[in-house]
Design a binder for this molecule. Sequence first.
Ligand code: BG6
Length: 336
Amino acid sequence: MKENLRQVRERVGEGGGKGVRMAGSGSERVAVELCKGINGLDKVVLRGPRGSSAEVYLYGGHVTSWRNDNGEELLFVSSKAIFKPPKAIRGGIPICFPQFGSHGSLEQHGFARNKFWSIDSDPPPFPTNSKSFIDLILKPSEEDMQKWPHSYEFRLRVALGPGGDLMLTSRVRNTNADGKPFTFAFAYHTYFSVSDISEVRVEGLETLDYLDNLQNKERFTEQGDALTFESEVDKIYLSTPTKIAILDHEKKRTFVLRKDGIPDAVVWNPWDKKAKTMADFGDDEYMHMLCVEAAAVEKPITLKPGEEWKGRLELSAVPSSYCSGQLDPQKVLQSS
Ligand code: BG6
């Protein structure tokens, strides 16, 4: 059954704890709440039944926090992040659309991450087993259409699963009335929080081809071992498996990414020199973050009028186990 705007607002709750409450436990946890964030920007707080939470700013449709049941923050947001238009928030999960990178006439990584999104009062039916979710929508203004002359509806659902998993679903529809198709690139530019970048390994990208942004986008093939990090990295891995694991040795934590409809994966860490050139990023913060971004870059997506594209990302954080002194990523990658 569809909700109207009033029902959505009731479900979401505004500031005073009016939103959806957890069933059964008698708990006062509000599952979805609209409140004010930094600089008075609107944000939606999602709360899971056992303590997990997520925060989504309407500015950028931008997830800025994802906490596990113990309240530990799993995403990196820079201490210098500027929560003010037109700068995108440094950290969390910026949405890159309709462009990835800085080629072409649009701003770097497109405009979606620095637009104000709305709460979607009329989302198409989309089943969920979660009470903690929010549907956002972005549509172009007339001014936007001068920069990118296309009409679209971009729907973003952010949901917190009962086990604390974070699920993002993007649906882009071509609503052009002039019969014209459009083409776009996309990324969930996810900044993971890690204890120490030199202790981190990424599994699932071995032996794949990648474009190296640090070498004029030249194409190379990755070697057979897990990725480790000792200098700046900015690579677009092509047509990757749907599952990628980030193993944080020191934290004994593994992030598992599952993606659907989003073929590529970008791996980025600016390291020390580039960090110093970024005004909204601390000099040493590169040690505590890693971007692994589900992306559609190499083969941009084309939609005819009326067509819709869907791209899904599911993130979970699981305790890592040791096997002969090593983390055992295969266990994580093989289990469903
Ligand atoms: C990565 C790109 O995804 O984002 C990098 O591959 C870029 O080339 C980085 O430097 C950060 O981009 P921005 O626009 O958020 O500073």
